[in-house]
Design a protein around this ligand. Structure first.
Ligand SMILES: N[C@@H](CCC(=O)N[C@@H](CS)C(=O)NCC(=O)O)C(=O)O
Length: 210
């Protein structure tokens, strides 16, 4: 029996952060498919019974229901003893990058990808604004990674797993990701971790035609 149940869907980079953590730490886990594109997370039943914030990912474990990927990553680091901070200074540094990720790096990129690639919106001021903001956040992370192989403490931590949510997604957002050479090298280091899997391989998708 799986210890962990992760409510997720393949296209969710926020869920991928948690799925990859479970996979890299070798936890038995089970994916529960969320039909996001048909509005499941917007329904009252989902909000009443699963997550009042109306978001994926949701992790069920040992009678607890956890939401917010950064908090879930910290929970898993504490329970597995892997990829967490070694001291208080590292803990603060990890949270500093996870907050930056949630507010800017993931947030602008994921919104752009959703509107432009998945919803196939035309180019508008909104897509241009999101691309500019996402590019600025990528530039900041790229500059940090020019000095260190991983975000905090020179080794893979949950800060990297948080920032890595969307970087393996294949859709073309109109940002030339090859310009971020240090991010590309960091991605290769993450892909080399034993147990790494692509998000579309790790989490369930709606059946074709759904
Ligand atoms: N800060 C949240 C963001 C979660 C999030 O935005 N999830 C998306 C799917 S990838 C979602 O459920 N969005 C629904 C909505 O915003 O209405 C986290 O890191 O868990």
């Amino acid at each position: 029996m799986s210890d962990y149940k992760l409510h997720c869907f393949a296209e969710s980079g926020n869920a991928y952060k948690v799925a990859l953590m479970l996979e890299l730490t070798g936890q038995p886990w089970q994916a529960v498919f969320v039909d996001f594109f048909n509005g499941q997370t917007r329904g009252q039943a989902w909000r009443d019974q699963v997550n009042e914030q109306g978001e994926v990912p949701v992790l069920e474990h040992a009678g607890e229901t956890l939401t917010q990927s950064a908090l879930i990553l910290e929970y898993l680091a504490e329970r597995t003893g892997q990829f967490g901070p070694r001291d208080e200074a590292e803990r603060r540094e990890i949270w500093r990058w996870m907050l930056f990720d949630n507010h800017k790096f993931t947030s602008y990129y994921a919104s752009l990808r959703f509107i432009f690639c998945l919803k196939k919106s035309a180019e508008t001021d909104v897509t241009r604004f999101l691309r500019e903001r996402a590019t600025a956040a990528y530039r900041i992370v790229d500059a940090h990674l020019a000095q260190t192989p991983f975000m905090v403490g020179g080794r893979l931590t949950i800060a990297d797993l948080s920032l890595a949510g969307y970087v393996f997604m294949p859709e073309d957002t109109g940002i030339d990701l090859k310009q971020f050479a240090h991010i590309e090298a960091w991605k290769a280091r993450i892909m080399a971790m034993p147990g790494w899997k692509h998000p579309y391989e790790l989490m369930p998708r709606a059946a074709a035609g759904d």
